[in-house]
Design a protein around this ligand. Sequence first.
Ligand SMILES: Nc1nc2c(ncn2[C@@H]2O[C@H](COP(=O)(O)OP(=O)(O)OP(=O)(O)O)[C@@H](O)[C@H]2O)c(=O)[nH]1
Length: 501
Amino acid sequence: MSSHGECITIHIGQAGCQIGRDCWELFCHEHCVKQDGTRDKMEVSALGAEQEDTTYSSFFSETHAGQHVPRSIFVDTDPSTRDEILASDWRKLFHPESILGYKQDCKNIFFEGRFMAAHCKIKEDVMDRVRLAVDLCSNLQGFFVLHSFGGGTGSGVGCEVLHDLHEAFDKKVIFQPVLYPSHRFSSSIVEPYNCIFSTFYMRDVVDVSLMLDNEATYRVCETNLNIKSPHFTHVNRLIAQTISACTTSLRFETQLHATLVEIVTNLVPTQHFRYPMVSLAPVRAKAKEDHECFSEQEIVTELFESKSVLCDVTHLKQNRYLASVVLLRGVGSRPKTERASEGYTEQPVEANHVITALHTLKDGTHRSPLKFAPWVSSGFKVGLVGVAPTIVPADTHMAKTGRQGAMLGNSTAVRQLFVRQYTKYLKLFYRRAYVWQFIEANGEIDLFYEAREGVRDIIGHYEELLRQCAQAENERYDGNTIVKVEGMTSLVGGAGTGRPS
Ligand SMILES: Nc1nc2c(ncn2[C@@H]2O[C@H](COP(=O)(O)OP(=O)(O)OP(=O)(O)O)[C@@H](O)[C@H]2O)c(=O)[nH]1
């Protein structure tokens, strides 16, 4: 039994399942679970203090045979995802019936996904597996539902599953890491339709949508990991590392608690603003492995820099944070003169240092201070775990560091993602381009208008919030950007950030 309560992960569609596989591979390495699901006793005892830590049972259930089974469900309409998992080295890890595959994909169409979910028994199958997984929990915390908004399965099947999940377990947290379609790296022309429908239909059934996109993740792979032309393997490993950093306080004994409920409570001031971005730091190339050590101050500062954020937003400093959750893990930094072999003793990350670092960032004395909405007085939730991050052996690009942090930041900057997809949607819909395919897949033209209005409302809430911030700070909102009364500095200007007409 887990002291924190259990979490069930659901991976939907190709992107959700592929990233899910990488997440579980990493979790297994972190908790010394081997490919066949047994725990490596030698590795566990080498970890010392971690030996007694059974918190990992929040993500793994243990059978009488000593097998550790992920509390997870994989579902894709395309049969190849299931076949790939069952042919991989990790096939013994997963319960075979928790990997669901069907006959054909959803052709990139949201309504096809919804139709298949209802008529091919997909959501019944998923909910059956969910109920079985819930029966194995003694104190379920909630669900992680990982999928993309660009494909038909991730969006359409995801939407149906989330509605059922919300209805059946309305008291449990639903935490949704979302791969939002990105500016340049889209794989289909109808992604804006899928994305706007998903954003609209899932807005009331999920507690938190953690926004990630391929564009920013590719950029971090290129700039921080020095990978010349990254592909999904690299991107997925980085996303898995980020999700791992976001869940450490749920899987390890903590020095400072951050349960799923606490994370959501602190992060979401109102239901309108529940789209935090996420960042990971430090992310360094292997070649720099022994050349840097990281203090709490450095990690915290880097977490709030736009180069560390895994969704493609600009003008971070000119936007406003509503809340943020900082999750740090690791042992002491490794100054060059104090290598382990030379009597170096491990010091856990210090809670006081982290909190001081956060306040320095906020109080205006820092070289690039953070700006919160004027009525937010504290704004930080901190979680700490004294276990160093792990890199999977196959990852030859990322340096192993003794410490790592993730930041979930609820910022008005996220509005840019909605605006970009909304603008693309309007351009396509103005010409009624590709609409017939959505209608043929059981969509209705009215739903296009409804979704458009719904997402416009979401964007409108962020704009109203910025207007209120401007008023409270004695600045001026000019209908599109906010300008300083003195000095006329643009607050939210920049390409792709304005509101579409
Ligand atoms: N990071 C990452 N993105 C992916 C991966 N596979 C697909 N994507 C992105 O996800 C979006 C498409 O979603 P998919 O998950 O492939 O599609 P699906 O949900 O399976 O839907 P259908 O193919 O229509 O059944 C595109 O923006 C792709 O660029 C992956 O393994 N990793």
